[in-house]
Design a protein around this ligand. Sequence first.
Ligand code: NAD
Length: 337
Amino acid sequence: MALPAKSLASAAANGLRLVSVRNSSSQPKVALLGASGGIGQPLGLLLKQDPLVAHLALYDVVNTPGVAADLSHIDSKAKVTAHTGAAELHAAVKDADVIVIPAGVPRKPGMTRDDLFNTNAGIVRDLVETIAKAAPKALIAIITNPVNSTVPIAAEVLKKNGVYDKRRLFGVTTLDVVRSQAFVAELKGHDATKTVVPVVGGHAGITIIPLLSQTKPSTKFSDEEIAKLTPRIQDAGTEVVNAKAGAGSATLSMALAGARFANALVRGIKGDKNVQCAYVESDAVKGVQYFSTPVELGPNGVEKILGVTSYEQKLIDASVAELNKNIEKGVAFVKGK
Ligand SMILES: NC(=O)c1ccc[n+]([C@@H]2O[C@H](COP(=O)([O-])OP(=O)(O)OC[C@H]3O[C@@H](n4cnc5c(N)ncnc54)[C@H](O)[C@@H]3O)[C@@H](O)[C@H]2O)c1
């Protein structure tokens, strides 16, 4: 906890050793792991422009000095530092308040998110191993797919290190929300910036559940519209993968979504409580350990899990078995089963 200047002076006068005097709520440090990639670069740009970010630490296995030099010429507040390769990871994440992880390989046409497991599971495990030691109190936001499994992987690594706090670990599902809001606004002629659509479940195929019944402003959908819109939202990532024809998956819309979520986490740390959908350890739905619902964000990360009351119960039931498979795969990867 940050101490006011007067307390610091009197503590020093009384000979007390102050271990940390960094006021994280006024000087938030955000570390971005995978900063040179398709998502990392535009996400770095948006974080550099975020007036709440005081220090932006860019980490990747390649090309970080160039990205950092480029971003550091932008006349916004955040200080930018570059960290390249495993030996510099500790410094990149040390004292970070928020750590955003888009490190890893993206999909090519014909691949599911689960096909990325073999490569990305190890990347996330190794990054979180260092985070557990260097920044055990950070809020960790995982973008790397398959999110349904990489979040349980991160949780197991944090548990192994004795520093797991379920309030501080998030799978980023904001892009599903962003897409739903864009598609609903387009279909209904609404202002996209004023359209709110919660999305619950997970972040792959049928586990992505847009709660169209809870759209704000209140919107009526015909059965036919719901039957078209729901799979379009669930498959929107594949729409981008196919359109990019081998050149990767969503990067620009994901960067926007990642920056929006990171900003929400920082606002929460600063005491500005706000509600976002995120994939977290949750008891919102019986029989599944991780589930995305709207959650209230605050100084400790998740302050409150807001449950799901929904007409989309059939979709929620169908997602549970698939999510459990994804979660068990992640847990088994770390436990070596
Ligand atoms: N959560 C979502 O909604 C969502 C949306 C789109 C993409 N994604 C996922 O985000 C990830 C990144 O996608 P991208 O398009 O930016 O890929 P990319 O290949 O363009 O970039 C990935 C970056 O990660 C870096 N990297 C690889 N191994 C690393 C390691 N051990 N440590 C640090 N950095 C490392 C690479 O050098 C590269 O710069 C993919 O897994 C993709 O599936 C998630």
